[in-house]
Design a protein around this ligand. Structure first.
Ligand SMILES: *Cc1c(COP(=O)(O)O)cnc(C)c1O
Length: 267
């Protein structure tokens, strides 16, 4: 996010009679893991009296690693943060959370006065906050349990160390790509995501075919994303069991898939 453009857009909205109220910054975007200048966005939101939300779906977890934490500085001043324990922290799927600083605003937003949600001062219908007061779903699973166990069993330090390690593995892959004669990186590697491309006359089509080959081989599961409108190969390393040897083996599988693709295209 470009702060000067954000400032101009807010002013422009107000000139047009609109009422901007929310800015969403990203701590680790999906495509390349880009991080917005969260501290600067927060300063502007405070000055302009806007709600500052952070999409920290996976990036908020950088806070668990003392070496990575400074990269998302400013997130601690957010009004709300969305984060997923089912990504970098290995909890089974569906462990997404919203953290809201102002608990009363949070409750006021979602609490509902339906007849069938009538409260009482005593008994089963007592208690100040019900789970359905904090989000749109009335019936919901016990997401907090697996999340609590993840924290209790592994501890914040080990989870942070695992995050650190996946970032180091991404840099190892980046170095292998940069050393290869046939591939090139297509975005800076800031976190655990490496985006790269085969060098060819039609990288868009070749990257897609190489990824298809890898998926069909069952050996590796990189994804595709679009950068500047071109399909690139995207590796997001999140598994705590991935080793340096796995990264090196992946580089070999990648080269094999490239060779197979170029001979299939030639024949
Ligand atoms: C995964 C992700 C989302 C989507 O979150 P879900 O909990 O899977 O719906 C949004 N933003 C970012 C940056 C993500 O990585």
């Amino acid at each position: 996010m470009i702060i000067d453009s954000l400032r101009e857009r807010i002013a422009e909205d107000r000139r047009e009679g609109l009422a901007p109220f929310l800015v969403v910054g990203t701590a680790g975007g999906v495509d390349i893991g880009a991080i917005d200048p969260l501290g600067e966005i927060e300063d502007l939101c405070a000055a302009e009296k806007l709600w500052f939300h952070v999409d920290g779906a996976f990036g908020a977890m950088l806070a668990f690693s003392p070496t990575q934490r400074p990269r998302i500085a400013g997130i601690e001043r957010a009004d709300s943060i969305a984060c997923d324990f089912h990504k970098w922290l290995h909890a089974p799927y569906d462990a997404g959370f919203l953290l809201v600083r102002d608990g009363e605003a949070h409750r006021r937003t979602f609490a509902s006065e339906r007849g069938y949600l009538t409260r009482s001062d005593v008994g089963l219908a007592a208690g100040e906050t019900w789970p359905c007061d904090l989000g749109p779903d009335l019936s919901r699973g016990f997401r907090a349990l697996k999340t609590w166990f993840t924290l209790r069993v592994f501890g914040v330090d080990r989870l942070g160390a695992s995050i650190d390690r996946t970032c180091r593995l991404a840099r190892r892959l980046e170095a292998l790509i940069q050393r290869s004669a046939h591939f090139e990186t297509r975005a800076p590697v800031g976190l655990n995501i490496v985006c790269f491309s085969v060098k060819s006359a039609d990288p868009d089509a070749d990257n897609r075919r190489i990824v298809d080959r890898l998926h069909l081989s069952g050996k590796a599961a990189p994804s595709i994303t679009l950068l500047d409108g071109i399909a690139v190969i995207r590796c997001a390393i999140v598994n705590h069991r991935t080793t340096e040897a796995d990264i090196d083996a992946f580089a070999r599988d990648l080269e094999e898939a490239r060779l197979a693709n170029s001979s299939a295209q030639q024949s």
